[in-house]
Unconditional design. Structure first.
Length: 628
C-alpha cells in the first residue's frame, strides 16, 4: 500500500468559536456518483439521514439530493439559512484530475469514456460550490472532505469504540480505492491507501458485469450465487488478473479490464480467459455463472482478510471499523469476525456512498469545530439506522381515506397478536412502522415479513412478491437475546451486515441424492428448521433485534415466538425488484397492491388484500393523490 497524508476538512477556529454559543446544524451531502443522500447533524448527534432514491423513486438516484435535503431540514425544523456548515463528501477537483489523468495516460483509447464523463463533470461537479449553493439557497461556509475520509469518519465516529483501526474499500473515490487508518477519540488519520485503477470494488463489479448483473446493485446477487458454485477460477484470477501482496495491497492487470478506457467493465481478453462473452442479462444461469461468483468471492475475502491483518499489525488495536461499498459484503465480514485478528467489528450500515453524507458532517463537527466525541461503550450512534421520514396515524389515515382503502385500526397489543397469527399461518405481511432506514437494508421499519419455518416461503416471496431470481436468499430477524440459539453468532448484528452459519443442531444434512441436484434445484431442499432463511451453504445474513432500538419490531417477534416457539422472522426489504425501498404510506400501499403480499400493517392500521378495491395502475399515481 502507498503511504499518504490525507488532508480532508481542515480546522477553522474563528467562526466556530462564535457559533458555539448556539446549536450547530451541519448538513452533509453525497451526490453525483451513485446513491445520493443528505444528513443533518446537530451538535454532533444525527437528526436525520436519507437517500434521494426513496423520494424520487429512482433506484440509486445520483442527482442532487434536493428532496433528501428538504426532508432533513424539515425533520430538524430549520431552514437552509440556519445551517452553520454544509459539507460535501468528496473533492470534485481531485476527482476531475483523476479522470483527466486517466484519459491522458490511455489516450486515444480512453477518448470515448472521457467524452461521456467530461461534460457531466464540467457541468455538475466541477462547479460544485455554486451548484450546491444555488440548489440549497445557502450562502454560508461550504467544506469538502476526501471521499475515503468521509467513509472512514462515518465508520469510526458512529462506532461504539473509543479507538479503532479503520478500513475503507470501494470502487473509487478521487484516487483512493481503499484506505487504512486509525481513530482515537475525535480524531481519525488515514495512513495508507490503494490507488486507482487498482480497486477491489471494481474487480468485484467486473465479475458482476460479466455474470450479467447490473454494476453497483448486482453485487449482492453475485454474493448470493457464490455458494452454488465451485472456486475453480481462483488460481486463474491470481495468475492473470490480481497480483496480491502479503499486506493486502494488489495490482490489477489492466490488460483484462475496460473501465479505464471504455464503457464496459471487461474486454475481449477477459472473455477469452473465462471462456466466452459476458452472460446476457436475464438469460439462463449456467454453472459458469455460479463458479465465477464463488471464485471472486474467495479472492475478495482473502484480500479483505490480508488488509485486516495489516490494519491490526499497524495499529495494535482490537477494534475494527469498516465502510465503503465493499463493506456491504456481509459474507466476507462474517469471516473477518470469525478469523480476523480483531476482537470487535463495527460496520457502518450506510457503507456505500450515501454514508459519505454522514461522514463529512461528522468530520466538520469533530475536526473543523474541534468538538469532542462522546462514546457509550457497546452502543453506536446510528439509532438503529432509523433516521428517515415517519408518518403519524393521522397522516396514514388521511391517505387511506383518500384512496378508499378498507382498514382496521387496532390497539398495539391486538395488532401485534393478529400479525403474529397471520405470519404463523404462512401469510406474507408488509410491515411499515416508524422512521425509514438509512442505508441499503430494511431493518424492520420498511420490511416484508414471513414465517421462516415454512419450506415454501423462500420461493413464494422471491417469485410472487419480489419478482426476482429464485436463488436469492432471505435474511432472518432474530431477537438479540436468542441469536445464539439459532446461529453460530453471539454478538450484535443490528444492521444485517454479518453472515454466520445456522446452528449445527438445527441443520438438516442433505442426502447423497439431494447433494447431486444441480445448482438452484438444491434450493428447494429443506436444510434446517428455519429453511426460508437458510442459504444453500447453511449460512444466514443475520439481523439481531434489540428492544431498546426497535421496541415494536422486537415485540412483534416476541409475540411470534410466544405463538410458535420460533424467535425468528423472514425480513426482506419492502420493495419489488428494481425499485427503491418504500418511503411513504402511498409507496407501501402501491407495492402491497402490485404484489401478492397478503396483509399490510401501516402503523396502527391493518389492511387485508382481499378486502381492497381492484387496483388500477396509473402512471401518475403519486401526483394523483398529491403525495409529493
Ligand atoms: Fe465510495
Amino acid at each position: 500500500m502507498q503511504s499518504t497524508s490525507c488532508m480532508g476538512v481542515a480546522p477553522g477556529p474563528t467562526r466556530v468559536t462564535t457559533l458555539l454559543m448556539a446549536e450547530i446544524n451541519i448538513l452533509g451531502i453525497s451526490a453525483f456518483y451513485h446513491d445520493s443522500a443528505a444528513c443533518l447533524l446537530r451538535d454532533g448527534e444525527i437528526v436525520a439521514a436519507a437517500q434521494e432514491e426513496r423520494f424520487s423513486r429512482k433506484k440509486g438516484d445520483a442527482s442532487f439530493p434536493a428532496q433528501a435535503v428538504a426532508y432533513c431540514l424539515q425533520a430538524g425544523r430549520i431552514q437552509a439559512g440556519d445551517l452553520a456548515f454544509v459539507g460535501f463528501y468528496d473533492k470534485p477537483l481531485l476527482k476531475f484530475e483523476r479522470i483527466l489523468d486517466t484519459y491522458l495516460e490511455t489516450a486515444p483509447r480512453g477518448f470515448r469514456s472521457f467524452l461521456m464523463a467530461a461534460p457531466l463533470w464540467l457541468k455538475d461537479k466541477l462547479y460544485m460550490d455554486r451548484h450546491l449553493r444555488d440548489n440549497l439557497g445557502y450562502d454560508g461556509e461550504m467544506l469538502y472532505a476526501e471521499h475515503h475520509e468521509s467513509h472512514a469518519a462515518s465508520a469510526f465516529f458512529t462506532s461504539p469504540f473509543e479507538e479503532a483501526a479503520i478500513l475503507t474499500m470501494d470502487g473509487v473515490g478521487e484516487w483512493a480505492t481503499a484506505s487504512l487508518g486509525v481513530g482515537h477519540g475525535s480524531e481519525i488519520e488515514l495512513f495508507k491507501e490503494i490507488h486507482w485503477p487498482d480497486s477491489l470494488g471494481l474487480l468485484y463489479s467486473a465479475f458482476t458485469y460479466y455474470t450479467g448483473f447490473k454494476v453497483n446493485s448486482g453485487e449482492y446477487k453475485v454474493m448470493g450465487l457464490a455458494p452454488y458454485g465451485e472456486p475453480k477460477y481462483v488460481d486463474l484470477i491470481y495468475r492473470e488478473l490480481v497480483d496480491l501482496h502479503e499486506d493486502g495491497s494488489f495490482v490489477l492487470n489492466q490488460k483484462y479490464f475496460n473501465y479505464l478506457t471504455g464503457l464496459t467493465m471487461t474486454n475481449g481478453a477477459f472473455d477469452k480467459l473465462f471462456g466466452g462473452p459476458p452472460r446476457v442479462a436475464e438469460t439462463k444461469l449456467t454453472q459458469r455463472e455460479m463458479d465465477l461468483p464463488r471464485s471472486i468471492q474467495v479472492v475478495c475475502e482473502e484480500v479483505m482478510l490480508r488488509m485486516a491483518r495489516t490494519a491490526h499489525r499497524e495499529t495494535g488495536l482490537d477494534n475494527l471499523c469498516l465502510a465503503g461499498g465493499v463493506a456491504l459484503n456481509c459474507v466476507a465480514n462474517g469471516r473477518l469476525l470469525r478469523e480476523g485478528p480483531f476482537r470487535h467489528l463495527w460496520i457502518q450500515p450506510a457503507a456505500g456512498d450515501a454514508g459519505g453524507a454522514l461522514g463529512v458532517a461528522q468530520l466538520i463537527w469533530h475536526r473543523h469545530c474541534k468538538q469532542a466525541r462522546r462514546v457509550t461503550p457497546g452502543k453506536d450512534g446510528m439509532h438503529g439506522a432509523y433516521l428517515g421520514p415517519e408518518f403519524s396515524p393521522e397522516e396514514i389515515a388521511r391517505f387511506l381515506e383518500s384512496v378508499g382503502a378498507p382498514y382496521e385500526r387496532l390497539e398495539r397489543a391486538v395488532l401485534l397478536g393478529r400479525i403474529a397469527a397471520l405470519l404463523a399461518a404462512e401469510n406474507v405481511v408488509g410491515w411499515f412502522d416508524g422512521r425509514m432506514e438509512f442505508g441499503p437494508r430494511a431493518l424492520g421499519a420498511r420490511s416484508i415479513l414471513g414465517d421462516p419455518r415454512s419450506p415454501r416461503m423462500q420461493a413464494q416471496m422471491n417469485i410472487k412478491i419480489k419478482f426476482r431470481e429464485g436463488f436469492r436468499p432471505f435474511a432472518p430477524s432474530v431477537l438479540r437475546e436468542r441469536v445464539s440459539d439459532y446461529f453460530e453468532l453471539d454478538c450484535d448484528s443490528p444492521y444485517m451486515l454479518l453472515v454466520a452459519p445456522v446452528k449445527q443442531e438445527r441443520q438438516i444434512p442433505m442426502t447423497e441424492q439431494q447433494r447431486g441436484l444441480w445448482g438452484i434445484d438444491q434450493l428447494n431442499v429443506v436444510r434446517s428448521d428455519i429453511p426460508a432463511v437458510t442459504h444453500i451453504d447453511y449460512s444466514a445474513r443475520i439481523q439481531t433485534v434489540d428492544r431498546e432500538t426497535n421496541r415494536t419490531y422486537h415485540d412483534l417477534i416476541r409475540e411470534f415466538e410466544r405463538l410458535t416457539g420460533c424467535a425468528v422472522l423472514v425480513n426482506t426489504s419492502f420493495n419489488v425488484r428494481g425499485e427503491p425501498i418504500v418511503c411513504t404510506p402511498a409507496d407501501a400501499y402501491r407495492c402491497f397492491m402490485r404484489t401478492h403480499i397478503d396483509y399490510l400493517a401501516l402503523g396502527p392500521f391493518l389492511l387485508a388484500k382481499r378486502a381492497q378495491p381492484e387496483w388500477k395502475e396509473t402512471a401518475d399515481w403519486r401526483r394523483e393523490f398529491q403525495l409529493d
